[in-house]
Design a protein around this ligand. Sequence first.
Ligand code: 8ZB
Length: 491
Amino acid sequence: MELRNVKWSMDSFWEVREGVLGQWETGRDADLERAAAYQRQIPLDKRFAPALMRAKAAGITLAQPRAGVATVEGQIELLLHLQDVGGADLLPVTIDSYTRQNRYRECIVGLEESKKTGRSLLNGFPAVNHGVAGCRELFEQVGLPLQARHGTPDARLLSEIVLAAGWTSNEGGGISYNIPYAKNVSLERSILDWQYCDRLVGLYEEMGIRINREPFGPLTGTLVPPSMSNAVMILEGLLAAEQGVKSLTLGYGQGGQLLQDVAAVRALEEQAEAYFHAFGYADIEITTVFHQWMGGFPQDEAQAFGVVCLGAQAAALAGATKVIVKTPHEAAGVPTKEANAQGILATQQTLRMLQGQRLAMSPALQAEIDLIKAETKCLLDKVEALGEGDWAIGAVRAFQAGVLDVPFAPSRHNAGKMLPARDNAGAIRYLEFGNLPFTQEIQDHNRALLEDRARFEGRTVSFQMVIDDIYAVSKGTLVGRPEKVISYRKA
Ligand code: 8ZB
């Protein structure tokens, strides 16, 4: 099939669907009629989209962890702990890496060993292997809305199964679950496969069932300038909307500088709203998700709590609809359920103490919002031009041309010519522009901010700054300064 940003016909959908459900034996249980009948009777308090809209109306930020183990039994125990002890508002099912790569056969051994030993030998929940019945059993044992969280370029079968099971939200997108997660998958392929996932959600919508969709905002989680991730979020939102998605949660990964983080979320929500309106998708429920720091974490657990709480604070002051929570085990790997619950508790304490507070508008905040929007518009204007009005074709050509360029991405379909670094106040700026279509004014502004920092640190703007910034948070600061600048106590 040829890639275009056009809603799939039912004929195309049914034709592709047969092959999708045939990818693994559990596909045969994904019957749409029965799935819809089950989805329809799910009570409001276990549905994702209404929970998000209630929070948005009340001005509250919800907390959601990540969590996934191999067995249904283990996953139930884990999620009940995060729900009852951690006080999570929304629940995830983090999918394992084999499933993310459609390697269902390789899940079997890990799953069997996990059952025998009582210890998870997979780094997440193999939902396709468990099938509709296993995924539904899990859903019925918990008391909160359930979302699939993964990193899957081709999530068609996974999406069919989890939605048939009663889960009411699915994370991912054709760009955000490809460029940061895969090396060799073409963007044409992953965008087509995510059009399928979105068309499936559109079908549920036509049957009167609201399913929430969440593009993955942080991308590589490493010094991503807000305008780059916002452009990708708006783009994936437009692609999803064309396939019939009505509930969209747009994401942003914490950069670390409070003012820029707040500006990024506000710019994202406002600009997405404007684009969806302008392109004929006015009836979309937009909410936002703020991801606590996705870069390297300090090893020390007390220090890690500091990072977690700063993220919670930024999410609250920005007014994000939900926050994805990190844990004191982040530097070590997959957290225990106890550490995971601690991350949620620390987050909830922070959120509640800040409830009702927002970072007040100021000239500095307004300027940052304006800058992010201006940069995002440059990127999206060029995507639109390259696609001759077609956002899907434009997305593919923009990555080919390096007009969209994600820093530190593994994909060979990403140019990797752009380089970010922090300015003297800690905000993420563009150091190398690669082929980004920015105006001279925007380029000069970014450059001047980095020159200010260079002057302060007594060095030149260079790649060394980028390296220093990548490791800074794990070493206890935000900006990666040369030793002599930060060690004032030794002077
Ligand atoms: C791109 C997302 C990475 C984050 C966490 C990592 C990291 C991955 C699991 C998990 C709890 C899991 N993560 N897999 N957290 N349970 N099975 O996702 O630690 O923070």
